[in-house]
Design a protein around this ligand. Structure first.
Ligand code: 2AM
Length: 208
């Protein structure tokens, strides 16, 4: 019996696929304000794995396994959409626990202002990428079955699920800023936490 399988990509002279995602970068004044608001939670829950400042972002699309040669192709597909986006004012609103109504492993900050525009952008991006998923291929990229919830993951569970008291759950965290950059990242999962590397980015042009 013969097989076309010839081992992992590296052994076939190709670069190993990346793990990628597209995200909005957060302005530093927004992060400063957000970190101040989160300080009491961080002090009370040292057991959570708090996202380091440099890893904070708002994911628009998680592509997962991505062949290296597709990185430029995806840029060409996404740029026409991103060119239409003006700098976006955003405001933090509310904390989310994911998954909702079950033991939570993610604590995230939601958005008020800017949330609806970001959801529309994420939906347009998904619609642009889905027809390509088989050809590229993007084996991990599938249609989402739930509405997009714009959020910034601020902590993941450590040894235990994330549990907040009712007061903590309703903590008001105010943070505002203007999002000006969308970045295509590769993510390498490491023991000490993921390492995100920008592969390309687009700065939104014009006035908000
Ligand atoms: P998050 O925005 O909820 O944190 C890089 O890993 C980013 O891609 C993370 O910020 C994470 O989402 C998102 N991500 C990682 N794995 C994912 C998956 N399997 N499905 C959807 N999004 C994922």
């Amino acid at each position: 019996m013969s097989s076309v399988w010839s081992g992992p990509a590296e052994h076939r002279g190709e670069k190993a696929p990346l793990r990628t995602f597209l995200a909005l970068e957060l302005p530093s004044d927004f992060i400063d304000e957000m970190e101040r608001g989160l300080a009491p939670l961080k002090a009370a829950h040292e057991d959570f794995r708090w996202t380091p400042r440099t890893n904070l972002h708002l994911t628009l699309a998680f592509l997962g396994t991505t062949p290296v040669p597709a990185v430029d192709q995806l840029r060409e597909v996404l740029l026409p959409l991103l060119r239409e986006v003006k700098p976006m004012p955003i405001a933090a609103e509310g904390l989310h626990l994911f998954p909702p109504r079950r033991p939570a492993s993610v604590l995230a900050l939601g958005l008020g202002a800017g949330g609806a525009d970001i959801s529309r952008l994420a939906t347009a991006i998904e619609e642009a990428l889905l027809p390509l998923a088989q050809a590229v291929p993007l084996p991990d990229f599938r249609p989402s079955h739930r509405p997009f919830v714009p959020h910034i993951t601020v902590a993941r569970s450590g040894r235990f699920y994330i549990v907040l008291s009712p007061e903590e759950r309703h903590l008001r965290i105010s943070a505002q800023g203007i999002v000006t950059r969308c970045t295509f990242f590769s993510s390498v999962l490491q023991r000490g936490g993921p390492v995100y590397t920008p592969l390309w980015w687009w700065d939104f042009l014009g006035k908000q």
